[in-house]
Design a binder for this molecule. Structure first.
Ligand code: FMN
Length: 354
């Protein structure tokens, strides 16, 4: 099996929580090893399977619940590259972001992966430095289902992009702010950011004050969701520099925690709203949200209808980097801090953004 084949095989893994393959293996943790290969750390994969016999790996492979065919765990292990020695003392990855001390620069972006207490708690326990929690609003959000699908390579099933028509959190705002309060109390070293979206000046202020009262570290202003059902919200705001300026300024005047507007890529010159938010006092800028696209194809169409919604994942990484570059090259915004988002899968992707 060639190196690229290991990657391909590992990329089929469904990344099960509490993976059955690792349960079936007596001595190692094949799920961790496969995850290491999948996320470009193949040289560290060996340590999770070094004591496994062929029988252990066979048992692991038989336990795989992949819907298509089991991951060829034994073959992946046989073809792992030479292991590297792990250093005893690792350098610190801690950073200062908007004056907040962060254990590391890796945060969950506001989305369906962080919509309740348990999801975020698990991410924190796995080592994530912080979370931008799923966007909280004051409207009733009734999502459709399905609302998410993956664009994949028909030859090997490897996915390269996601399309989603999800809007904001379906929880009442009080419920979400209570979750954020408990997360901050139980994980004080982690950074908890409330993402919010109002429809009027009053709503922006009310939500920001609720966030501050919940004890979160910062507030992110969602000016960028491309599929809001109501007009005057999400990317409608992000495309209008004047609204970005006003809403950022209103929030800044009413809370003392850092304020981080999130920009939309559905615009020609991102520097215009970004500068508006900077002049209104933004402490940092998040970029990018999803790119307007068509959802979904015939396999996932909801009652045969299609609509405009957001595209994300590996395919959007160069576009996200282009927008970040455009802002960092702007001499007026030299000292702004950025939260870079868009298609980050591996540590190499993260390094490119940094
Ligand atoms: C299913 C889904 C739900 C999302 N919900 C939100 C949201 O509530 N608020 C927000 O600011 N961005 C939301 N996003 C956008 C992501 O935070 C992120 O900006 C975008 O997906 C690009 O990053 P990625 O390529 O790593 O997914 C969502 C994205 C997805 C795929």
């Amino acid at each position: 099996m060639r190196q690229f084949h290991i990657d391909e095989e590992a990329s089929r893994c469904l990344l099960c929580a509490d993976a059955p393959c690792s349960h079936a293996c007596r001595v190692g943790d094949p799920a961790r090893a496969i995850r290491a290969v999948r996320f470009d750390n193949a040289k560290l994969a060996w340590k999770w399977v070094k004591d496994c016999s062929d029988a252990d790996l066979d048992a692991a492979q038989q336990a795989c619940i992949h819907y298509d065919r089991p991951i060829r765990i034994g073959e992946i292990v046989k073809n792992l590259p030479e292991a590297v020695e792990e250093r005893d003392e690792l350098p610190s990855l801690s950073i200062d972001f908007c004056g907040i001390k962060c254990e590391n620069p890796f945060f969950l972006a506001s989305s369906s992966v962080c919509t309740n207490y348990e999801m975020v708690a698990r991410a924190f326990e796995m080592g994530w430095g912080g979370v931008f929690y799923k966007t909280i609003c004051l409207q009733d959000i009734n999502e459709v289902s399905p609302r998410f699908d993956a664009m994949s390579n028909s030859a090997n099933g490897d996915f390269y992009g996601f399309r989603n028509m999800e809007q904001l959190s379906e929880n009442p705002a009080e419920v979400d702010f209570d979750i954020l309060k408990r997360l901050k109390e139980n994980y004080p070293s982690k950074v908890v950011v409330a993402s919010i979206m109002g429809q009027t000046e009053e709503e922006w202020i009310e939500l920001a004050k609720m966030a501050e009262a919940a004890g979160v570290d910062a507030v992110e202003l969602n000016f960028s969701c491309p599929q809001m059902r109501l007009t005057g919200m999400g990317s409608d705001v992000g495309q209008d520099s004047e609204l970005v300026l006003f809403y950022t300024a209103y929030v800044k005047r009413n809370v003392s925690i850092p304020v981080i507007p999130k920009m939309t890529p559905n615009i020609t010159h991102i520097s215009q709203p970004a500068m508006a938010s900077y002049f209104a006092g933004a402490d940092a800028i998040s970029v990018i949200n999803t790119i307007k696209s068509i959802t979904m194809d015939e396999r996932g169409a909801v009652t045969d209808k299609k609509t405009v919604s957001g595209y994300s994942g590996r395919a959007v990484k160069p576009i996200a980097l282009r927008f970040i570059l455009e802002m960092t090259k702007n001499p007026i915004m030299k000292n702004v801090q950025y939260s870079g988002i868009g298609g980050i899968e591996t540590w190499r992707d993260a390094l490119e953004f940094i």
